[in-house]
Structure formats: structure tokens, C-alpha cells
Design a protein around this ligand. Structure first.
Ligand SMILES: [Fe+2]
Length: 277
């Protein structure tokens, strides 16, 4: 869950599964005269849309921090440990059953969540020294090689499964996720209360084959709109609805007391938009 303060002593909770769908919306609209559309398109959009769907298993009944507060997603690899590793593994396999390219992308993204985005994302912690994370990375490496072999044996995917193409698409996945975190991780859009998560400058952004990577800058204009430069989407504005829940900002004495408020929470849809600028 991404947790932001609300104006009336409540918290805004955005589920990872809903943030994941925002990443999918960004991927689906990625591409214009300057930026190449993702390829393979359906696999990349599916991967972005479902990249955090493993979280469903925890978010169906979220647990609290030791202090009794709702648990933010930042630090979850460390805070949830084997629970996080297992639900992410299942999320990878669920998608890989339907689309091995999308499954591979989510697997590489999961590796990145433990390793500062495979070295691309400096603000993230490196969890790879934790023994159970190290073990998971070893298993994911084996699974990654299996999926790559399978894709390279497939006429449909072979050309998009070279080392260069996989690295370019991994970087795109990181951009979809980083941008979707930036969008879902603050309320209202121009709040600077949260100090963690991505900054408004997102680097290593693939532009297209044979082109140098770009850096995207997100300038928030007000409580609901931001300008993105250079602009990678196929329309402006790009409207982004984000489902959210409002719960009291307090410590809970028990898991049951929190779930009572979580399930009864007032629902809202946060409406943000991105603009060419
Ligand atoms: Fe994510």
C-alpha cells in the first residue's frame, strides 16, 4: 500500500494492485513520434499492468507494522521478507503461464526490487545481502534463464529476446513503475510530505532503437496535474484515475480493528492527469 496523509486526519491508501494498473495504463499509452511504442506491445503492457499483482495475496488482508499502523510499501522486501518473496514468486508464475515474455519482465523487475533496479535506481536500498533474498535471487536467476531459452526458441519472440532488447524492455518496466510510483505515492499531487520513493527526475528512459536514453522530468503544476518533459505518451492530457481508500490516521490495537476500518473505508477515485510540456 502507498500511504499518504489526507486533509482531515485520515490516510489515503492506494493498493499496489491499483498502482500496478496505473503502470499498465502508462505502458498502454507509451509511444508517439519521438518515443517508440513498447514491443512486444501486449506482453509489455501486461507485464506493466500486473507487475505488482502478487501483492493481491497480502492486500486482501493487510497486516500492520509493529507500532500498529498500516504498512507502507517502502521497505516491504525487508519488512515482509519471505511473505513478500513468496507472493511475488507466485505473481511471476501466474503471468508467465499466460505470457512468458511478460512473466520474464516481471521476474526481472522483482530482481530489480532487491538490487536497486539492477543498479539503475540509486534511491532504492539494496536487499541482496539478506540471506533469504539471496536464495530467491539464485532461484530467479535459474528461472530467468529457462524463460529466456524458451523465448529464444519461439519464432514470435526470438528477435525481442536478445540481451539488448531484454535490457531495453527491463529499463522500460522500471520507468513505468517509477512513474506510476511517483503518481500514486502522493496526495494531493503537489504534496511534498512524502520524502521516499522516486524523485521527479526519472533517468535511463529508452526512447527507441538506436537512440540514446532520455531523462523524464515531471513538473507538478497543482493538486491534480503534472507536465512531463520530454513527453512519451500518445495523448495529452493523459487522464489517470486511481482508486483509493480513506482510513483514520491512528495506531490500531489489533489486526481485527484495522481490518474493520480497512474494509469499511470510504472509497474515492483520485483523478490526476499528465500533460505535454
Ligand atoms: Fe510497482
Amino acid at each position: 500500500m502507498m500511504i499518504s496523509g489526507h486533509r482531515d486526519s485520515r490516510l489515503v491508501l492506494v493498493l499496489q494492485t491499483d498502482h500496478s494498473r496505473v503502470a499498465g495504463l502508462l505502458a498502454a499509452h507509451w509511444g508517439n513520434d519521438e518515443f517508440a511504442e513498447p514491443a512486444p506491445y501486449e506482453s509489455m503492457v501486461l507485464a506493466a499492468e500486473e507487475h505488482d499483482s502478487g501483492w493481491w495475496e497480502w492486500e486482501a488482508r493487510p497486516t500492520l507494522t509493529d507500532e500498529g499502523y498500516p504498512m507502507d510499501y517502502i521497505g516491504s522486501v525487508k519488512n515482509l521478507g519471505s511473505i513478500w518473496l513468496e507472493f511475488f514468486r507466485r505473481g511471476i508464475e501466474r503471468v508467465a503461464e499466460r505470457d512468458p515474455y511478460a512473466g520474464l519482465m516481471i521476474l526481472m523487475h522483482a530482481e530489480g526490487l532487491c538490487t536497486r533496479g539492477k543498479g539503475l535506481i540509486s534511491h532504492m536500498p539494496d536487499f541482496s545481502a539478506i540471506p533469504e533474498v539471496r536464495d530467491a535471487l539464485d532461484r530467479w536467476e535459474t528461472r530467468r534463464e529457462e524463460l529466456i531459452d524458451r523465448l529464444r526458441g519461439s519464432a514470435a519472440y526470438r528477435d525481442l529476446a536478445t540481451e539488448g532488447e531484454l535490457w531495453r524492455n527491463f529499463k522500460l518496466m522500471e520507468v513505468f513503475d517509477q512513474l506510476a510510483q511517483f503518481i500514486c505515492n502522493r496526495y494531493p499531487f503537489d504534496s511534498e510530505a512524502r520524502k521516499n520513493g522516486p524523485s521527479n527526475s526519472i533517468g535511463h528512459v529508452p526512447v527507441g532503437p538506436g537512440r540514446d536514453d532520455a531523462t523524464l522530468t515531471v513538473d507538478v503544476l497543482d493538486g491534480a496535474r503534472a507536465r512531463v518533459h520530454p513527453y512519451p505518451f500518445d495523448r495529452s492530457p493523459l487522464r489517470i484515475p486511481i482508486p483509493a481508500r480513506l482510513v483514520p490516521d491512528r495506531a490500531y490495537e489489533s489486526q481485527e480493528a484495522f481490518l474493520h476500518d480497512f474494509y469499511r473505508a470510504e472509497r474515492c477515485v483520485i483523478e490526476y492527469s499528465l500533460h505535454d510540456g
